[in-house]
Write a protein that binds this ligand. Structure first.
Ligand SMILES: Nc1ncnc2c1ncn2[C@@H]1O[C@H](COP(=O)(O)OP(=O)(O)OP(=O)(O)O)[C@@H](O)[C@H]1O
Ligand SMILES: [Mg+2]
Length: 313
């Protein structure tokens, strides 16, 4: 169980090749195994909001994210909907890392099968929140999915919907219709991704709800495993993080009521504080992000902790 007092890891520079940096994670290449190339994914304690990385670490967040994602990977394997990229969280097999590095990385790293990532974010929504709520207010639909009139903010949808977004290399991801996503990566693949996304959301949302948590929406990424020569195979896998508070909206079920915003176990707390800065003219949602005060760091971490405890403790 991760502890919030761990030393913060803001970023890593490991003696491994191929380092690249996402907003929250660092990725390194590992030597291939018998099946193909592997990667090391390290979850730092960075936090991003409005696609901007804050300069302040949330100490221990990377461990909580990794614990939540690992818990979900294990849960989802029991449902056998699709393969996933996770191979191991045991770093002792990486001989290039010394004891201090192993220690810093423990609990925040995943050894994964490398994939050719499908450049579509596969979003499932069971409730009308965030960009889904904004789109609905403007058009009575979300990503081209028509919805009944009169739905309220955060209202539960009769059925979960699939609302893809393009994975922008820079800048914000953009919600797109199923047809537009199909133009980009092919309709047969999009049909498969829609089915897997909705089935996975449904089993995960049921588990969460049984534990008093609403999984309002979530985003999955998929990819094709690479063969030993590095070429994509036709083996589709769930990749990236899964069902973490960074990629999902989690609300306490107790006290849920549509027609207003909900308290949440994700980074909405941080976003709300940032919005007060934007409203006062102190920040304009462009980099660099503002230093995050201690109480907002603690409050953000506490919410990730509550999510872990509710879902898996
Ligand atoms: N098995 C995998 N093979 C290749 N790439 C992967 C795999 N799993 C995850 N990734 C990629 O690793 C990156 C994870 O880093 P992080 O989440 O910090 O990035 P990000 O800033 O969210 O970037 P992005 O907007 O591209 O997701 C993502 O770009 C994701 O697509
Ligand atoms: Mg990401």
């Amino acid at each position: 169980m991760p502890t919030p007092t761990d030393d913060a890891v803001f970023e890593t520079h490991l003696p491994l090749s191929g380092r690249r940096q996402g907003k929250v994670r660092e990725i390194y290449d590992l030597p291939a195994d018998a099946h193909g190339p592997r990667l090391l994914l390290v979850a730092s304690d960075r936090v991003s909001a409005f696609d901007v990385v804050m300069p302040t670490a949330i100490p221990g967040k990377g461990r909580l994210l990794t614990a939540i994602a690992s818990g979900w990977f294990e849960f989802l394997r029991g449902h056998a909907i699709v393969k996933d990229h996770l191979l191991s969280t045991d770093l002792s097999q990486i001989v290039a890392l010394d004891d201090a590095q192993q220690c810093a990385l423990r609990g925040r790293s995943m050894i994964c099968r490398a994939a050719h990532v499908v450049p579509i974010e596969c979003v499932a929504r069971g409730y009308l929140a965030g960009s889904g709520w904004s789109e609905y207010q403007a058009s009575s639909s979300v990503c081209g999915v028509a919805l009944p009139a009169g739905l309220r903010q955060c209202e539960r949808l009769a059925e979960p919907i699939f609302t893809p977004a393009t994975k922008a290399a820079h800048g914000h991801d953009e919600n797109v219709s199923f047809e537009r996503a199909s133009e980009l990566v092919g309709e047969p693949l999009m049909r498969r991704l829609r089915e897997i996304t909705l089935r996975t959301y449904t089993v995960a949302a049921a588990h969460a709800l049984a534990r008093g948590v609403i999984l309002a929406d979530t985003k999955f990424e998929f990819g094709f495993a690479l063969d030993r020569s590095g070429s994509p195979t036709d083996e589709l896998m769930l990749v990236d993080e899964v069902l973490t508070p960074d990629s999902s909206r989690y609300w306490p079920a107790a006290g849920y009521a549509p027609g207003r915003d909900q308290p949440s176990f994700d980074k909405q707390f941080l976003r709300n504080w940032l919005v007060t800065l934007v409203q006062s003219g102190a920040w304009d949602k462009t980099p660099p992000g503002p230093e995050v005060p201690t109480e907002i760091v603690a409050g953000t971490l506490a919410r990730y902790h509550e999510a872990y405890d509710a879902l898996f403790a």
